[in-house]
Design a protein. Structure first.
Length: 528
C-alpha cells in the first residue's frame, strides 16, 4: 500500500476546518522552502528539556523567512497522548493530540511523516530524531508506550526503509529530503548508518554520546535559506551546537557501497581464524570505546580495522587494501566530521564513524539478520574473532557463584585480586569489554574506599553474570534467583551511597549507574 500520496484535487479545493486547532487547509497548502520534521520521543528523563527545545524552535522560526515550517511529534511524561505540533510564522496554534501514546511505533512515525508532508509540503525536508540512542537497533526510547506494549524503542532497521519510501514520495512531487539527522547517542556506527542509506542526500550522526538540550536550534533556523543544502544545514548545526563530542555527515547514496567495500577489505585478510583480536595486539588500544551501551561496545572504525589488517597473516596486502578502504571512507563516504573544541585534542585521530564490535558471541547472535551483516561478510569476521563459548552446567555455575559470594565476605581484597585476573583472561579472550576492568575509567574521582566498593561490585557482578550468561534458561535457575536478589540489594544499598558522596552526575556517573542498576536486563537471555 502506498502511504505517501499526492494531495488530491478534492483536498486542494477543500476549504473547511480539519480540526479546531488547525487553520483552514487553503492556508496550509503553500509550499515551503524548508520543512524540518522533528521526532521528539521524550517520554523519559529527557522530558525536562522539552519545553526549552520547543521554545528555541519557535524563536528560530520567528527569526526566519516566512517559508520555513517546523513540525514536532511530541511524546512527554506529562500526558498519555502524542501531540503533533507545527510551528510557522502565521502565529496560529497548529497543535493536536493523537489517540495513543506510542512514539516507539514505526506505524505512528509513518503516519506522522504523511501528515507533515500533506500539511506542510516543502521543496526541501530535514528529518531529525531527538532522544536517546541505545543498543545497535534501538533509537528513540519511549518509557511509557501504553498499556500492554513491551516495545519501547524504534527499530533502526525498520525505520530506514520507511524513510526511503518517504523520500521517494517527496521526490515524486519534485522535492528532496536533504538531511536525516540522528541526534542521538552512538548512532554513528557503520552498521546503523547503513540502515539509512538513500534516506536523504546527507545523513548525520555521532559516534559518541550527544548532549541535551543542544544549542543550535534558534540560530540555525534563523540562518536557514532556500539555497542551503542538507550538507550546509548539517555544517551550521555543528557551528552552533555546544552539546556534542563529535558529529559526522555522510553521503546517503555512498552508504549503499558499504557492503562491497567491506567485503573487499575482509577478503584481503586471508584466513580469518588466524587473525588476532585487536585487544590482544595492544591492550591499551580498546580502553576508550567511542560508545558503550550495556553489553554492547563501539570502537572507531578505522582504528579497529587497522589493527585487524596488521594482524593478518598476509599483512602487506591486507594493509594495502585497508588503505584503499580508509581512503574511500575519508574521501567518498564522509562529507564532514567535526569534534567540539573541548573534545578535539583527545579525539583528533578518530574517523568520526564507529564499528559495533560484538565482544560476546551472544550479542553478535542477536543481529544475524541485520542489513549490513546480511549483505556483507562482516559477521564472518566477527564470528572468527569472537567465537561461541562453551556453556557450563548449572551445577558448575551455581557452585562458582557460591564460591565467589563466600570469598568476597571472608577475603575481599584477595578475592578482588583473583577476580581481576579472571576478568582479564575473559577480556583477552574477547568475552568481556576491557572497560569492565578499570573502574577508574567510569569514576575518575573516586576515593580509595569508594573505589574498592566499586571494584568489589563490578568484579562480583561480572564474574557472576559471566557465568549466568552461558546458560540457556537464566530466569528459572537458582543462579537467576540469586542475581535478582543481589541486584535488589545493590540498588537499595549502594546507589544511595553514591549519591550521598556528592559525586557529580555527569555522563561517566550516569554510565556507572546504568551498568550497576540495569544488569539484569543487560544479560537476560531469551528462553530457547
Amino acid at each position: 500500500m502506498r502511504y505517501f500520496l499526492n494531495i488530491s484535487i478534492a483536498l486542494l479545493l477543500f476549504t473547511g476546518s480539519v480540526q479546531q486547532t488547525f487553520a483552514k487547509d487553503t492556508a496550509r497548502r503553500k509550499t515551503y522552502d524548508w520543512t524540518l520534521i522533528y521526532h521528539m520521543s521524550y517520554d523519559n528523563d529527557l522530558d525536562k528539556v522539552r519545553t526549552f527545545i520547543l521554545g528555541e524552535l519557535k524563536k528560530g522560526v520567528a527569526a526566519s523567512t516566512d517559508s520555513i515550517a517546523v513540525t514536532v511529534l511530541v511524546d512527554s511524561l506529562t500526558t498519555d497522548k502524542l501531540t503533533q505540533i507545527a510551528i510557522t510564522q502565521d502565529g496560529l496554534p497548529h497543535e493536536t493530540q493523537l489517540d495513543h501514546d506510542n512514539s516507539a511505533s514505526e506505524e505512528a512515525l509513518e503516519k506522522y511523516l504523511v501528515w507533515a508532508q500533506k500539511k506542510y509540503p516543502a521543496r526541501k525536508y530535514a528529518i531529525i530524531f531527538l532522544n536517546h540512542g541505545g543498543a545497535l537497533d534501538d533509537m528513540s526510547f519511549d518509557q511509557n508506550p501504553g498499556p500492554f506494549i513491551s516495545k519501547k524503542w524504534l527499530s533502526a532497521k525498520k525505520t530506514g526503509p520507511l524513510l526511503r519510501e518517504f523520500r521517494k514520495s517527496v521526490q515524486a512531487d519534485g522535492s528532496q529530503v536533504e538531511l536525516v539527522f540522528l541526534q542521538q547517542c552512538g548512532r554513528g556506527s557503520i552498521e546503523n548508518l547503513y540502515n539509512f542509506h538513500e534516506t536523504g542526500v546527507a545523513v548525520m550522526a555521532s559516534q559518541h554520546n550527544v548532549g541535551a538540550p543542544n544549542t543550535y536550534y534558534a540560530a540555525t533556523l534563523g540562518w536557514l535559506n532556500p539555497k542551503a543544502s542538507g550538507f550546509d544545514l548539517a555544517s551550521k548545526v555543528m557551528d552552533e551546537d555546544k552539546h556534542f563530542t563529535s558529529y559526522v555527515v555522510v553521503y546517503g547514496q555512498a552508504l549503499t557501497e558499504l557492503p562491497e567495500k567491506i567485503d573487499s577489505l575482509i577478503s584481503s585478510l586471508g584466513k580469518l581464524e588466524r587473525i588476532e583480536q585487536p585487544k590482544k595486539l595492544e591492550p591499551t588500544f580498546v580502553t576508550n570505546p567511542t560508545f558503550l551501551w550495556e553489553s554492547e561496545t563501539n570502537y572507531d572504525l578505522l582504528q579497529w580495522l587497522a589493527k585487524v589488517a596488521q594482524s593478518s597473516e598476509v599483512k602487506k596486502s591486507a594493509t594495502a587494501e585497508y588503505e584503499e578502504f580508509k581512503k574511500w571512507i575519508e574521501k567518498t563516504l564522509i562529507k564532514e566530521s567535526r569534534f567540539e573544541l573541548a573534545h578535539l585534542e583527545q579525539n583528533h585521530n578518530l574517523s568520526g564513524i564507529s564499528l559495533f564490535v560484538p565482544e560476546w558471541s551472544k550479542v553478535r547472535e542477536k543481529y544475524l539478520d541485520y542489513p549490513l551483516y546480511r549483505e556483507s561478510s562482516l559477521d564472518d569476521l566477527m564470528k572468527a574473532l569472537f567465537p561461541p563459548v562453551e556453556e557450563l552446567t548449572d551445577e558448575e555455575r551455581n557452585q562458582k557463584v557460591q564460591e565467589i559470594q563466600a570469598n568476597l565476605k571472608e577475603n575481599p581484597s584477595q578475592t578482588v585480586e583473583q577476580l581481576s585476573k579472571e576478568i582479564q583472561t575473559l577480556i583477552n579472550q574477547g568475552f568481556l569489554p576491557s572497560s569492565w576492568l578499570d573502574v577508574r575509567a567510569l569514576r575518575p574521582n573516586r576515593t580509595p574506599l569508594l573505589l574498592m566498593r566499586d571494584k568489589l561490585m563490578v568484579f562480583e557482578t561480572v564474574s557472576i553474570l559471566r557465568l549466568i550468561t552461558l546458560q540457556k534458561n537464566y530466569s528459572s535457575t537458582p543462579a537467576g534467583t540469586y542475581l535478582k536478589q543481589w541486584l535488589d540489594q545493590l540498588f537499595d544499598t549502594y546507589v544511595p551511597r553514591f549519591k550521598a558522596a556528592n559525586i557529580q552526575e555527569d555522563s561517566d556517573f550516569d554510565r556507572a549507574i546504568v551498568i550497576l542498576t540495569n544488569l539484569e536486563e543487560i544479560y537476560r537471555l531469551k528462553k530457547k
